[in-house]
Design a protein around this ligand. Sequence first.
Ligand code: ITT
Length: 198
Amino acid sequence: DRLVIATHNPGKLREIAELIQPLGISCVGAEELGLPEPEEIGNTFTDNADLKAREAADLSGLPALADDSGLCVDALHGAPGIFSARWAEDSEGNRDWNRAMEKLWREVEATEPDAAPAAHFVCALAIAWPNDGQAENFEGRVDGTLTWPPRGDKGFGYDPIFVPAGRETTFGEMDPAEKHRISHRADAFRKLVAALQD
Ligand code: ITT
């Protein structure tokens, strides 16, 4: 049986594929199956992950894994949080990460001019099986600070402005293997793998 990776975000899909690879599970992306992108109407990372996993499982008839994630900034009371992707969208729905990072930094600067602003990434994973109204959830987190200007062209999304705690380089400057040692996504995957082995 194949596992559907219920994401339309290529950066995420690549990371999830790298994290799943050692488990020897064969995967297929939602886009490859022509699955639609569900509207994320939930109020939490977990609700949105559930909704994406359940819809992909029901439509494909295969088990599905979804990831809802985002960057939460303390000085902005947890924003952009579940709206992290939507912050990057223009009125036509096109995403521009440079603009999103700039907008975020401007808002942070307005509240906390010269500190290294505290932030964390969250990753909520959900696995769902077809026509089973529920999903299993695993949540991961990584703490750090924001930096400006952006550094590095690896990773995706907000990686160039996030410095994980205890490091000096941004996620954008790290090789995938290094990011996977500490990332919110890898943290959630460790919990998923531990649960599957029980
Ligand atoms: P899917 O819903 O199709 O999976 P999405 O991009 O819309 O893709 P989310 O709603 O979960 O996914 O948005 C998460 C956003 O948070 C994502 O677009 C990134 O901008 C950001 N994000 C999540 N994990 C990240 C990471 O590891 N590095 C940088 N940014 C990340």
